[in-house]
Design a protein around this ligand. Structure first.
Ligand SMILES: NC(=O)C1=CN([C@@H]2O[C@H](COP(=O)(O)OP(=O)(O)OC[C@H]3O[C@@H](n4cnc5c(N)ncnc54)[C@H](OP(=O)(O)O)[C@@H]3O)[C@@H](O)[C@H]2O)C=CC1
Ligand SMILES: Nc1nc(O)c(N)c(N[C@@H]2O[C@H](COP(=O)(O)O)[C@@H](O)[C@H]2O)n1
Length: 264
């Protein structure tokens, strides 16, 4: 049995049960990776106080839930805005996963950063530090420009990698197809605002399989990084952008977690 590890999180079985139906299955029905959109938001639909500022929204219970989600996905994707603002770990710190009492890197998702202009300092990132310490997988970079030779070499040595795709903005269908070709069967998309708003747009909403949103009881105010996708019009008439079905609201501590599937 795995020994408890310092700093490790726990998420009890009773709290996992309501979330399970919204997770990727072990026998995927398509070559496209299963896509879960997941983020924490305020009551005024903000991810953070302002661009470039990391803002803690999740309470301890919903933070543990996020780490449970990370353990159930093969990869975890953010835009470079988030990578630069937060210098995130993007690993799973749930007790019993690899690096936190478990074997090897079991239960650790691969971080993926969409960074068309290769702006992120991968070598000095927290993700890379954790990969070197075997407490997380090495990242994958998605770029529109060639990755510097030294970075490519470091990534490959640690079993990370890079995808050099076409012009920016990169088409999400193309990106997901390439992730599927690399063997990723699931991807948890965490943010930030640009990425989430893009995937909620009518052009891409059909790519999303599951949505799991933590709502924290706070207002951040104007000027934040807001989740508010582009409007949709048909024949000059405005329509709702999207809606969820099979909805479940799960209270976790002071937060509530909304789970649902996009209505097609
Ligand atoms: N509360 C929460 O759950 C979360 C909060 N956050 C917060 O969100 C904020 C960051 O959000 P934001 O500034 O919108 O940044 P994002 O993380 O969404 O990154 C945006 C950048 O990523 C690149 N990018 C995204 N999509 C594409 C695409 N399809 N093709 C090519 N490039 C793409 C672009 O880089 P380029 O500009 O180089 O072209 C773009 O400017 C931070 O404050 C962070 O703390 C982030 C995640 C979760
Ligand atoms: N679930 C959740 N709650 C919040 O309050 C958050 N600010 C975020 N942010 C996301 O988590 C990343 C940080 O993760 P690490 O703890 O460093 O692994 C951050 O970059 C956002 O993607 N998420």
């Amino acid at each position: 049995m795995a020994l408890p590890t310092r700093d490790a999180l726990t998420f009890p079985d009773s709290q996992r049960q309501p979330i399970v139906p919204y997770l990727p299955s072990s026998s995927p029905s398509s070559s496209k990776p299963f896509v879960t959109l997941t983020f924490a938001t305020s009551l005024d639909s903000n991810l953070s106080l302002s661009p470039g500022v990391q803002t803690a929204l999740s309470g301890p219970e919903s933070k543990a839930m996020t780490h449970y989600l990370r353990s159930e996905h093969q990869s975890i994707l953010v835009g470079v805005g988030t990578a630069i603002a937060d210098n995130p770990s993007l690993n799973c710190r749930l007790e019993g996963v690899g690096g936190y009492g478990g074997e090897g890197l079991s239960g650790q998702p691969a971080p993926i950063v969409v960074d068309p202009r290769a702006r992120w300092d991968v070598q000095r990132s927290k993700c890379m530090k954790l990969a070197r310490e075997k407490r997380g997988r090495a990242p994958w970079l998605v770029t529109s420009t060639p990755v510097p030779h030294e970075t490519a070499h470091t990534l490959e040595t640690l079993n990370g990698g890079f995808l050099h795709l076409g012009e920016s903005p990169i088409d999400w269908r193309v990106l997901l197809r390439h992730l599927g070709m690399q063997g990723f069967r699931s991807v948890m998309i965490e943010g930030g605002g640009t990425v989430i708003n893009d995937l909620l747009s009518p052009q891409y909403f059909d790519l999303v399989d599951s949505v799991i949103v933590t709502i924290a009881p706070t207002w951040l105010g104007k000027g934040g990084v807001q989740i508010c996708p582009h409007q949709r019009t048909e024949n000059g008439v405005r329509l709702p952008v999207g809606r969820l079905k099979d909805v479940k609201w799960v209270p976790l501590g002071e937060d509530v977690v909304l789970c649902g599937r996009p209505e097609r």
